[in-house]
Write a protein that binds this ligand. Structure first.
Ligand code: PEP
Length: 247
């Protein structure tokens, strides 16, 4: 039985004051019998603040990206070891915004995944097709290429979290129907199963793309949807808590 993971991707939002309010509201609103794992991914300068504010709570902290390099003269980069050092448990890699705005390739995302696994930070590997690719019938081909580049370099596949985020659904208010999402999640799990059937049963596959309180329950009820990677709705405590309650 896979545990549900509800993860908030704050993107480039937040401030000391706003984070303090948001996290205290989330902490106060968590159910006493929390049945899922909860993760927040603030921007890098606020990781330490989030770790401190969440100490003693069940909510974990993750990063939104990581350097492909281990250490040294790479101005502006943050290494996997640094994320591990500040108690990040997870890091997102291959988000579509990084693939689009920073030209991140499947191979680069695979190398970032390796960096994280080396230090024991769990990667949340994002895959997803654009609208053009979906309309061109290329969804499976695109997500398989994105995922397989990562699977090729990872030994223990159950160390991964995968997030299916159709690009056309991110921040647009358009959500994949539960059936559409389930179809791709099932396909992704089969990609893992080809290499390791045991890991395929264990690996969590999150859905991301305009998940909100109104659609979370239906999406999370699908057999291969093991949680959510949530952008906009993760910045409002009421919405984030409602998604947690729906899991
Ligand atoms: C995301 O960016 O990971 C995301 C899913 O955003 P939103 O929920 O706002 O669509």
């Amino acid at each position: 039985m896979r545990r549900t993971l509800i993860a908030g991707n704050w993107k480039m939002n937040g401030s000391f004051a706003a984070n303090r309010s948001l996290l205290s509201e989330i902490k106060a609103g968590l159910p006493a019998n929390l049945l899922c794992d909860v993760l927040v991914c603030p921007p890098a300068p606020y990781l330490v603040q989030a770790v401190e504010l969440l100490s003693g709570s069940a909510v974990m902290v993750g990063a939104q990206d990581v350097s492909v390099h281990t250490q040294g003269a790479f101005t502006g980069e943050v290494s996997a070891a640094m994320l591990q050092d500040v108690a990040c448990k997870y890091a997102i890699v291959g988000h579509s915004e990084r693939r689009a705005y920073h030209a991140e390739s499947n191979e680069l995302v695979a190398q970032k995944t390796q960096q994280l696994l080396t230090v024991g930070v769990r990667p949340v590997v994002c895959v997803g097709e654009t609208l053009e690719q979906r309309e061109g019938g290329q969804t499976n081909e695109v997500v398989a290429a994105q995922l397989n580049a990562v699977l090729d370099v990872v030994d223990n596949l159950s160390d991964l979290v995968i997030a299916y985020e159709p690009v056309w659904a991110i921040g647009t208010g358009k959500t994949a129907t539960p059936e559409m999402a389930q179809e791709v999640h099932h396909f992704l799990r089969r990609q893992v199963a080809v290499r390791d059937a045991g890991a395929a049963e264990k690996v969590q596959i999150l859905y991301g793309g305009s998940m909100k309180p109104e659609n979370a329950r239906e999406l999370l009820a699908m057999p291969d949807i093991d949680g959510g990677l949530i952008g906009g709705a993760a910045l409002k405590s009421r919405d984030f808590l409602a998604i947690i309650a729906a899991s």
